[in-house]
Design a protein around this ligand. Structure first.
Ligand code: C2E
Length: 842
């Protein structure tokens, strides 16, 4: 090594001498900060030459390390770096390249230093492979680089691990950098994926591209955006809300470099905001008034409904205790209960009375809840309430409906019982009397059935008004249902007072009614029961009045009757009669008697009227007047009527079989039968069964039934006469007939009621009535049958006025069928102007 160094020096000297370069180089080499060297490519990196700088570099003088296997460069090199360095240098040598390696050395005094070695593998003067180069101390630079690297690392950490998204973009919206948080935010696995995919932020990211334009505008204007909120689309298409803080990054000359900023997912906050906004909307738009108070129960918020309901604006009540709203009506115990419930359950509901700003008191339904914070401390009370005055009013209305009859607005049965109980109670305490009247409308069922419910209803309304107008306001007027009314005279009324009022009622209710432009009539049957003489219990009062009312009906309707003990017996009789009637029908206890009709023109018996009798097992033959009204009331009249039709047809058939000259059969129809739509078919069936032609039948309908609803009557009559049978109006003159309608009825006969016939000889007005009836009938093309003719004089008179037929005891009372046969056979026709006495003589 020394020989080598000597050679080098010698060579340098020779060269310097030529141009004095050696000295210059020497100076340069030895004054360089660092070490110039030539070493062998051996395991020690044996130094052949080192410059003076070795001392400064590693603490060893050149003499110490040149050609020294102990203080070799391999040993000076940090053990951890040795292999790497050797590898790098060898590789460069193989490739014929220069190398530059950085590594650590350990100096003579044990210090570790960073050095940078640059060199090249070359052949020396003797052709050996040597390495020549320069090693400099880069420890300070490395320290700076390390510091920089640390700093960079720190920032990178912030960038990599930040929970906020961080980005750098171009102005055009291309990502220059993005951190993992941003990638996650936008639904990407890595920032690289994000940057590769999200090439156009404006159209790809922002739901509303206008936001990006706004972003750029703000950047251009202010160089930054703060809390810039936008809705963006994630990779999977879902949308989130973000808030961006960003600024423009510029170079030293102010040139634009990029946009840089952070992104935060604010979807949750947005949802909360939205939720809060919604709650605020609910609060302000709620129809319920809301008050929020603090822990000390001072009002902190109210809504619009509160102002609307109470009249107070929020500013007027803020800070006040809600008790300022109180009307002072609610009992204090309600408030005590409220606070106790709030304390115990955190909530309360109930009714309180408040006063509006204008002073009006109103009931409200209040629900309060207590709000506690996480520590369990009371924070607020929230009260919401509604004005329930209308609800209470409708409750009152419902109560009214429960107590009143909806049609007439009169107290109903339920209410009557209450009022009656009060009135009876008062009478018991004061010893006063009272009168109870049960009123039933006559013929109401017929009106309702024939004219329809609307007419029936209207009639009931008008009757209710008349009743109320007839009695004092202190009297009770109630409707029990149907056509039954009750009037109670509570203030010590006796029989005289009751009779007086009942009389007024009869007159008021009997006056005609105008319904749908038509006159209608009804009358009341009134039963009166007195407290305490007739009964002391409410049930008995009503029952006895009912008994008396039935009696009034039996007495011809349109009158009033006081209850008597005897009536009870009559009622009992009536009830047992009803059940007997039913079994009588089943056991075929009814029979028909026939009353012949004489044609005054031919002197012949031309027809019979079928009249029912009840062959009672113990009471014998009972006339129809005794059981027909009961059958009507009991609803068995239709069944009886059908039996009559059957029997009458059967009898006609039997007479025909017996070879008797054909007789026309008159049959009385009940109201129900007359209105029964199946009647024409039923008659047709019976006629066929018995081989009869319809011309043999004559159906009698009373004047009152036919006139109850003339339009309907016309239809029913048309249906009946369509098959060829004929119709008669019975009891003509006892009701109210409209001549206009009479003209339209498809009838054949008018039957003058026997009450007019009875006194023809003595009462000129009855004679006139008969006369006019015959005249009228003829004008209308009808024939007349006079009923109840008992005398020759009556016959003569009737014949003189042109009456066609007569019927009555003069000819014959109603008799069993067998007698009719012999009557017809025995009696020759009476000659014109002849007398029936002839027959009696015969
Ligand atoms: N004082 C007197 N009376 C006479 C005379 N000639 C006949 N009479 C009676 O007058 C009534 C005539 O029948 P009406 O007017 O149809 O009156 C009938 C009729 O409205 C009803 N009726 C009878 N049978 C039936 C029936 O089968 N069905 C229906 N729905 N009602 C019937 O019963 C009412 C009474 O019938 P009856 O008791 O049989 O009474 C019969 C008859 O016996 C007389 O010269 N003097």
């Amino acid at each position: 090594m020394q020989a080598q160094a000597g050679r080098l020096r010698r060579n340098s000297f020779l060269t310097a001498r030529a141009v004095d370069r050696t000295r210059i180089l020497d100076t340069l080499v030895n004054n360089l900060e660092g070490m110039v060297y030539r070493c062998l490519d051996d395991e020690h990196w044996t130094m052949v030459f080192v410059s003076q700088g070795s001392t400064g570099l590693c603490g060893y003088a050149p003499a110490e390390i040149v050609d020294n296997a102990f203080i070799s460069w391999e040993n000076i090199t940090h053990p951890e770096d040795r292999a790497r360095i050797r590898e790098q240098i060898r590789r460069a040598a193989r490739e014929g390249q220069r190398f530059a390696v950085q590594y650590r050395i350990q100096t003579a005094d044990g210090e570790t230093r960073w050095v940078l070695e640059r060199g090249i593998t070359v052949p020396d003067e003797e052709g050996r492979v040597v390495i020549e180069g320069f090693i400099e101390d880069v420890t300070p630079r490395q320290a700076t680089l390390d510091a920089l690297a640390h700093s960079e690392l720190r920032y990178r950490h912030i960038f990599e691990y930040a929970s906020e998204g961080i980005f750098q973009t171009t102005r055009e919206g291309r990502y220059l950098a993005a951190n993992p948080a941003l990638a996650r935010l936008y639904g990407y696995t890595t920032p690289e994926e994000l940057m590769a995919d999200l090439s156009d932020i404006e159209s790809r990211l922002y739901v509303d591209p206008e936001r990006r334009r706004r972003f750029r505008h703000l950047m251009a204007m202010h160089g930054e955006v703060i809390n810039f909120e936008s809705e963006v689309r994630r990779r999977d298409g879902s949308c989130i809300w973000i808030s961006e803080n960003a600024h423009t990054v510029r170079g030293p000359q102010g040139e634009f470099i990029c946009y840089e900023g952070t992104v935060q997912d604010i979807s949750e906050r947005k949802r909360n905001d939205e939720h809060l906004r919604l709650l605020a909307t609910v609060f302000s738009n709620s129809n319920e008034a809301i008050i929020v108070t603090d822990a000390e129960n001072r009002i902190v918020a109210t809504n619009q409904a509160f102002t609307k309901l109470t009249g107070y604006r929020q500013e007027e009540v803020l800070g006040q205790n809600p008790r300022i709203l109180s009307a002072g009506i609610t009992p204090p115990e309600v408030y005590r209960e409220m606070w106790a419930d709030l304390e115990q359950n955190g909530a309360w509901q109930g009714e309180l009375w408040d006063r509006r700003r204008d002073g009006e008191a109103y009931p409200k339904w209040l629900s309060i809840s207590m709000v506690r914070d996480s520590a369990g401390q009371v924070q607020n009370y929230i009260g919401n309430f509604i004005d329930i005055s209308e609800m209470k009013a409708s409750e009152e209305q419902i109560r009214h409906l429960a107590h009143h009859d909806t049609l007439t607005n009169l107290p109903n049965r339920f209410s009557l019982n209450e009022k009656l109980a009060q009135a009876v109670g008062l009478c018991q305490r004061t010893g006063m009397s009272l009168a109870l009247m049960l009123i039933d409308l006559d013929r109401f069922k017929a009106i309702n059935d024939t004219l329809g419910h609307h007419v029936g209803d209207e009639l009931l309304i008008q009757v209710a008004k008349r009743l109320s107008a007839t009695v004092r306001t202190s009297d009770i007027v109630a409707r029990l249902g149907g056509d039954e009314f009750v009037v109670v005279l509570p203030d010590g009324a006796d029989a005289t007072d009751a009779a007086h009022v009942a009389d007024k009622i009869v007159r008021a209710i009997s006056a005609p009614y105008l319904i749908n432009g038509q006159e209608q009539r009804t009358s009341p049957s009134i039963g009166i029961c007195l407290y305490p003489d007739d009964a002391t219990e409410i049930g008995d009062l009503l029952k006895n009045a009912d008994v008396a009312m039935y009696h009034a009906k039996a007495m011809g309707r349109g009158n009033f009757q006081f209850f008597t003990e005897g009536m009870n017996a009559a009622t009992t009789r009536r009830l047992s009669l009803e059940s007997e009637l039913r079994s009588g029908l089943e056991r075929e206890q009814f029979v028909l008697h026939y009353q012949p009709q004489l044609d005054l023109r031919s002197g012949r018996l031309v027809g019979v009227e079928a009249l029912i009798r009840w062959n009672h097992p113990s009471r014998g033959l009972i006339p129809p007047a005794e059981f027909i009204p009961v059958a009507e009331e009991a609803g068995i009249i239709d069944a009886i009527g059908d039996w009559v039709l059957q029997e009458a047809c059967r009898q006609l058939g039997a007479w025909r079989e017996a070879g008797l000259d054909p007789l026309r059969m008159s049959i009385n129809l009940s109201t129900g039968q007359f209105l029964d739509k199946t009647l024409p078919a039923r008659i047709a069936e019976l006629l066929e069964v018995h081989g009869l032609h319809a011309g043999l039948l004559d159906l009698e309908v009373t004047e009152s039934v036919s006139m109850a609803s003339p339009n309907e009557t016309i239809e029913v009559m048309r249906a009946l006469t369509g098959s060829g049978l004929s119709l008669s109006i019975d009891d003509f003159g006892t009701g109210y007939s409209s001549l206009a309608y009479l003209k339209l009825f498809p009838i054949r006969t008018l039957k003058i009621d026997r009450s007019f016939v009875k006194d023809i000889e003595t009462d000129p007005s009855d004679a006139d009535i008969c006369d006019v009836t015959v005249l009228l009938a003829h004008r209308l093309g009808l024939e007349v049958v006079a009923e109840g003719v008992e005398t020759e004089a009556q016959l003569k008179f009737l014949r003189s006025i042109g009456c066609e037929k007569i019927q009555g005891y003069l000819i014959s009372p109603p008799v069993p069928a067998a007698q009719i046969e012999s009557l017809v056979r025995r009696h020759p026709p009476i000659e014109a102007g002849g007398s029936v006495i002839l027959w009696q003589a015969a």
